[in-house]
Design a protein around this ligand. Structure first.
Ligand code: 13P
Length: 249
């Protein structure tokens, strides 16, 4: 059985400012004190470099990246650029990008491959909609997303999966521990089937309305190796207790 360090990653989405980096400094101080837990914050692109400069070793990540190394892709940012700015990881395939920007599994896989090839950690997001869960297709949908959007990990580059049910994001409707346990077990089975023993080392995060008051319960669920946190990652007051819950888990 593999021992996986918990990872608590904050996704600031399109929020934050230079002034908000005060929060990041406070989060970084708590991250240094949190033994045995990896902590990361993913601010908007424009804040990656200033965030990395004051993160005190805590990982800073991006929320997306282009699949190409460089070229005529107006408005996009490559993995190498993110790395140079100080990012150590990148989220790809977030449901907001799948829904708002029409991103599909094949594009997400190419993005993840670019992230890993650059030596960054890739957090690949999957998750079903409310309608898909109600119609009993949640596991089928997520398994298809995994099959289509996960790259083959290589070298020391690291792959992380984030299960984020769309209906739980920003709604306060956190999935039940039983539903999370069932889905994470299905994801683990897919990873083991596809990557063999290495699939046991890939961390599976839960995301969707993770808060200080539900984090401990979520981290106790089998195969929950951490969290991807949106709204509650914007302030140290809300995020640090989630990190602390992972320390004790
Ligand atoms: P919330 O924590 O705000 O529900 O967002 C989750 C999320 O989308 C993280 O990527």
């Amino acid at each position: 059985m593999h021992v996986r360090r918990k990872l608590v990653a904050g996704n600031w989405k399109m929020n934050g400012s230079i002034a908000a980096l005060q929060e990041l400094s406070a989060i970084a101080a708590a991250a240094r004190a949190a033994s045995g837990v990896d902590v990361a914050i993913c601010p908007p692109f424009t804040l990656i470099a200033p965030a990395a400069a004051r993160s005190g070793g805590m990982a800073i990540g991006a929320q997306d990246c282009h699949w190409a190394a460089s070229g005529a892709h107006t408005g996009n940012v490559s993995a190498a650029m993110l790395k140079e700015a100080g990012a150590r990881l990148a989220i790809v395939g977030h449901s907001e990008r799948r829904a708002d920007e029409g991103e599909g599994d094949d594009l997400i896989r190419r993005k993840a491959e670019a992230v890993l090839a650059t030596g960054l950690q890739a957090i690949v997001c999957v998750g079903e909609t409310d309608e898909q869960r109600r119609s009993g297709r949640a596991i089928e949908v997520v398994t298809a997303q995994l099959a289509g959007s996960l790259p083959d990990p290589r070298g020391e580059a690291e792959l992380v999966v984030a299960y984020e049910p769309v209906w739980a994001i920003g709604t306060g409707n956190v999935a039940t521990p039983a539903d999370i346990a069932e889905m994470h077990a299905a994801i683990r089975a897919h990873l083991l089937g596809r990557f063999g023993d290495a699939g046991g080392r890939i961390r599976i995060l839960y995301g969707g309305s993770v808060k200080a008051d539900n984090a401990r319960e979520l981290f106790a669920v089998a195969d929950v190796d951490g969290a991807l946190v949106g709204g509650a990652s914007l302030t140290a007051a809300q995020f640090v207790p989630i990190v602390e819950a992972a320390t004790g888990a």
